[in-house]
Design a protein around this ligand. Structure first.
Ligand SMILES: [Zn+2]
Ligand SMILES: [Zn+2]
Ligand SMILES: [Zn+2]
Ligand SMILES: [Zn+2]
Length: 301
């Protein structure tokens, strides 16, 4: 081993013999140690706001926010971000549910919002937030008329549509509810399940239809829906908005109509003359309903 008569110091180390001394260290303030001998020192970054000028390390303070993005470290603030590309990417792809919700709440890209609504894997809250941000009418019409989608989502979509004829055509196309036939071998549970399933669909179509009628006030359009809708739930909702007494009387007398619809028509009638017409020209259960209705009206007056 070579011994130095005179060491050749480079900082804290002799380059000839390797001897170390505890002076003249080359401290790296970012790493907190001497780069030659690892002697520790205090860490002291050279902060420019959130980012160290020397090593590029970032800290979560003193960001320079521009439209929700830090110009130095690129950190995103989802409460203020406006960049639609980034928002759409996070809204569709992020695994962080908090960031996703925040991104959706600021997203305006209509196609991206539609994708979120139509993805049944998304939780209902997220889908509802997204559909409430859609304003494009053709996208809303697509969601509202989608028989494979949830009633809650469809109800929100239809309530955001503004053109009565578009709304009308969507509810006129709602299919009739298919009643699963009673099977005598069905267990009680199976019977209950069938009933509940049917009640759920009934309630769903009612909600969609009621939301639709908020923006339909024209009696001709309502009449059109009554005459042309496929689903009896929709027809009865339309009927409950018709006021023309003679028209209601004709519906009640029409044996070609569904009994439930004829009965609903009778319940809408307040004109005693029209009820008398029904009583004198029908002989079935609708006649009884009309007689009962007359009695009710007499009691009210
Ligand atoms: Zn030496
Ligand atoms: Zn050193
Ligand atoms: Zn640093
Ligand atoms: Zn920053």
């Amino acid at each position: 081993m070579m011994l130095c008569l005179v060491h050749k110091w480079e900082g804290c180390k002799c380059t000839k013999c390797g001897k170390m001394r505890d002076s003249d260290h080359s401290f790296d303030l970012c790493k907190g140690k001497c780069i030659i001998c690892d002697k520790p020192c205090d860490v002291l970054h050279d902060w420019d706001g959130c980012t160290c000028r020397r090593c590029g390390k970032t800290r979560d303070e003193e960001h320079n926010w521009i439209d929700g993005k830090c110009s130095r470290c690129s950190k995103i603030d989802f409460d203020t971000l406006t960049d639609q590309g980034i928002l759409a990417d996070v809204a569709l792809n992020s695994n962080n549910s908090v960031e996703r919700s925040k991104a959706i709440a600021r997203l305006e890209d209509q196609d991206a919002l539609a994708k979120i609504v139509n993805n049944a894997d998304n939780i209902m809250d997220i889908r509802m937030t997204a559909v409430a941000r859609i304003t494009k009418q053709d996208i809303l019409a697509g969601i509202a008329g989608d028989e494979s989608s949830d009633f809650k989502v469809r109800t929100e979509a239809i309530s955001r549509l503004t053109v009565p004829m578009v709304i009308a055509s969507i509810i006129m196309n709602i299919p009739e509810i298919i009643t699963e036939p009673e099977n005598e071998n069905d267990s009680i549970n199976e019977r209950v399940r069938k009933k509940e399933e049917e009640a759920k669909i009934h309630a769903g179509y009612s909600a969609v239809t009621q939301a639709a009628f908020v923006n339909i006030t024209d009696e001709d359009v309502i009449n059109d829906i009554f005459n042309n809708a496929v689903c009896s739930v929709v027809r009865i909702e339309a009927l409950s908005r018709l006021g023309n007494q003679d028209m209601l009387g004709d519906i009640a007398k029409d044996t070609g109509q569904d009994p439930a619809i004829r009965d609903a028509a009778v319940q809408r009638i307040t004109d005693r003359r029209v009820l008398t017409g029904i009583v004198s020209s029908t002989a079935d259960e609708v006649r009884e309903a009309a007689v009962k209705r007359m009695t009710e009206l007499r009691a009210e007056s």
